[in-house]
Ligand binder design. Sequence first.
Ligand code: UDP
Ligand code: MG
Length: 302
Amino acid sequence: VVVPIFNEAENLAELHARLSAALEATRRPYELILVDDGSTDGSPALLDDLHAKDPRVRVLRLARNFGQHAALSAGMERARGAILVTLDADLQNDPADIPKLLAKMDEGYDVVSGCRTGRGEGFLLRRLPSRLGNATIRRITGTRLHDYNCSLKALRAEVAAQLPGLGEMRRFLGALVIMVGRRVAEVPVAWHPRRRGLTKYTALDLISNYLDFLTTFSRRPFQVIGALGLALAGLGLLGGLAYFPVRFGLGVPLGVRTQLVLFLAVFLGFQFAILGLLGEFTTRIYRLVQHRPFFVVKEFLE
Ligand code: UDP
Ligand code: MG
């Protein structure tokens, strides 16, 4: 079980107690990998305590705050289980749902994703963007799920093993694991409002995440620009061809202004087409240069 933790001091004791209870009840061997993503509150000390107290707790401390999905990736790379479970530290997910995910995994799935029910979050700032995001991810991944951003997920070690090679796409683990896993299922899980501590995401973060996702996973924006450009240039060329018969044959009084518009359509159209083409090359280069480190580990208490 891998948990990303950024300033969750108020939640750690209860998280550990409820995770342990849920996991012991499954009678399967387990380990808890608690990833401290550069916390600046009491979390590091509490994690040290848990590590000293419980041999099944491993604490991975990142050198600074790298973000939820970087922390998850770092933890997942060190997990030893055949099945990995991820969830948030703030108890918005319910550890008691883990057996349900495992039972579904036993049916032979590669990835089982939680689907949040009863989300009491604000419509405008949380649920609406969430729906937009889901629709986009659905198009890009081609997998039909209801909720791609639920942190509570189970996946096979084989799926997790493919993630390190995928660079910054891991910024969006939810979408990535269902692209990597072939057999994907969804089970309804409980969702609770955050009781203690603060959310780490503002509305602005959600927008920038969305744009990040588009540019990381999709070349479509460039393709649209290129296609529109070609269409515009095509219209301009057709207009240019029609210009002479219309003006001299039919005697319609077309002047310099029409010529200018046609010239601009062709000229700008080709500019946009070339821009789209350049974008395509940039995307390819972007994928190649993804070797930069996604996180840096400071310490690993095993
Ligand atoms: N988190 C993290 N690093 C960050 C931001 C968040 O490890 O930079 C963790 C956080 O401690 C929590 C989970 O990611 O366990 C989800 O964060 P949060 O609850 O703030 O997100 P929300 O539920 O509001 O979407
Ligand atoms: Mg939360």
